[in-house]
Design a protein around this ligand. Sequence first.
Ligand code: SF4
Length: 477
Amino acid sequence: MAAETLRHNCGVMGIWNDDNAAELVFHGLYSLQHRGQESAGIVSADDGRFYRHFGMGTLTQVFSGPDTLKKLKGRSAVGHNRYSTTGSSSQYNIQPLVAELRDGPVAIAHNGNLVNTQKIRRQLQEDGAIFHSTTDSEIIVHLMARSKHNMVRDKLLEAIQKVEGAYSITVLSDHALYAARDPYGWRPLCIGRKGDAWGVASETCAFDLLGYEYIQDVNPGELVVLNGSGMKVIRFAEPKRTFHCIFEHVYFSRPDSRVAGEYIDKYRRRMGKNLSEEHPVEDADIVISVPDSSNTAALGYASRSGTRFEMGLIRNHYVGRTFIQPTQTMREMGVRLKFNPVGGVLKDRKVVVVEDSIVRGTTLKKLATLLRKAGAKELHVRVSSPPIRFPCYYGMDFPSKSELIANGKSEEEIRQHIGVDSLGYLSVEGLLASVPQSEGVGYCTACFTGEYPIPLRDDEESGSKLRYKNANGDETS
Ligand code: SF4
């Protein structure tokens, strides 16, 4: 995947009760930039007034103007990095969304995809609601606006209990910062602290930069309220089983983020080790990764197989970070623009190439040609996740089923298509054995297995025939 342009969903960040809150949110979002590069926004609160700045592009592009952050006054703020998985890529859909409710303004930042929005949206529109965006997140705002409760906390609780699907959200009001996670815990969300100041972030790596201590995850089915009285946890749902997105562990989350008390790095190394046991390569000279997201899995593969890890590919980190339209020359350069092989490392070597996942396979095919031209004698691709055969409906932008290389192709056909000497994928069992397991903890593996944990209400309306697993793990349709 490192080699392909699979895009993430979103990153959320919030700060309560700290000096220059907007600046802190900016730096937190900077650590979460990998979760969305399409647009960014920050909203701050200062004595009943909300200040907002947003735009299309990466964080540094959006906040490049002089004093932009200084204008976002106040000791509390929320922010969002977006890649659109629902709703188009437009100014109207940039988050955080801001709404003036009966008792004051709120700002909402959402990560995940809701699955029952069509019906709710239609009902709201029939009741006179006017939507300003095409995002599913705005539905939560409208549901809050219609709530008869007085407190923002209760309005939010009422709204999130009407929606289904994946949501990790943070909401800022003038009185508190809220963090809520859906009962299945699809996307991560965690709480940090520094003295009397509180933070909410999609991943713990955002706190490291700010000097905040990672306190705990927001558990699935919990709403956490942060204000002058400290932290209060409200359980609003009792899930029998979670469905954490296992792809967060494979690729989305940063290896220096922590989940269930351990670094993602550790889980990825385990994937590499299990991959090495399932698909060894005899007499290999070196193991290389497709940087950067495959680095840790490759280190795991190398350590378990006893084969030396080498940097055989160097990645240019500045490609794709601008609004410049690619020219014909750039297109012709293709994958070379992003990766350059290190000839001295590869020449006459039998090479194991570790990749975290394969989506379309187009880039890996080009990479194989590059590596051979650089002198590699044999290429053995090892993938630290199973073949991706199905789309994601819970907040990840996979291409359509027909574009996925593993859809309808055998592993041997994929190997031939990519043009390598051998190919091996980690099994679903091997992947599950690499991530933390405990009572009640389960994972969504739908993009590998086609077993969708919860029904897509919107899809049901259109007559789709997907297979689902209910909260007990039983298959249903
Ligand atoms: S389908 Fe795949 S990417 Fe989507 S939530 Fe499930 S595991 Fe994650």
